[in-house]
Design a protein around this ligand. Sequence first.
Ligand SMILES: *Cc1c(COP(=O)(O)O)cnc(C)c1O
Length: 364
Amino acid sequence: MQINFNVLDRQYRMYQSEYEDKALKVLRKGWYILGEEVTLFEKEFASYIGTEFSVGLASGLDALIIAFRALGIGEGDEVIVQANAYIACVMGITINGARPVFVEPDEFYNIDPSKIEEKITEKTKAILVVHLYGQTADMEKIQLIAKQHNLKIVEDCAQSHGSVYKGTLSGSFSDIACFSFYPSKNLGGFGDGGAITTNDVKLAQMVKVLRNYGSEKRYHNMVVGFNSRLDELQAGLLRVKLQHIDELNQEREKLAHRYLDLVKNNKISLPMVREHASSVWHLFVICSQERDRLQEYLTLNGIGTVIHYPIPPHLSEAYQYLGFKENDFPITEEYSNSILSLPLYNGMTEEEQDYVIEVLNNFK
Ligand SMILES: *Cc1c(COP(=O)(O)O)cnc(C)c1O
């Protein structure tokens, strides 16, 4: 049997006629940028997350860049972020001229709140919290630290659409939260897309200005901005998918629990979920001391896997200038050498998953 890591057309086929009706409607309307679909998506998405405002953007990376820009964080400032984050998280900070300050993750792969305070300096302006792999971070402790030190919180929810901490959705804990709608994300579109959510009307307004060349009124440019607009077609298709996001996440949860219940091999550690938190299982990340051999064995048996991520940002070529070296973040580096993401996608059949489980359980 051949099991790919992800099969994106399965989720498309689940609601195929709804997507196709919407796409035709938008195409035939003749209005393709910043129209009714974007306005309605922003309203519906903010209401789903539980914030006052949402602003649609062109990608998740743009959401991060524009979030820090809107907060006025740049040259000379420091932003705290977990060392095992996705590289885009770090780029959102450094493209603005600010410096990332790395903190090791906890056993749930999120930022370890007990290691944040030792990294705070006079230059620290914000904590970027990444709800990695779909699980909400320990928000209560992080909010307390931010409050005590007068720091902004920015959330990166690119992997956590719909995940909850103590009954509250990720994307509503911070000054500004960033989302990606890249096709493989839980709320993925059919191209690039992104958004921010916030309760601050001034920040929402500033993001709207920044996404459109720094102008609120056409040809009246207040600041140097970007071209980072969510298009009407994506917004329309995302509105369709948003109506189904809870059932899509429930399907992922069911698949995740089957892995948790049925994978039994002492060479493999399974992911854990923090008390009071939930995961929307963007990724199902296992851990093994023999990761490379395990990945090769799965490949030979027709099973696709991915490592999220093989090179931590502090060791990437792009960030050599920060001056880090191997062993500077041992927990992060240990994770990058032992983690492996299993196939888990909407529309995956039990038969397909049973095959993956059987092959995993036979790994010796
Ligand atoms: C995907 C992702 C991004 C970047 O989103 P794009 O839409 O691809 O630019 C940022 N942060 C995290 C955690 C992501 O998973």
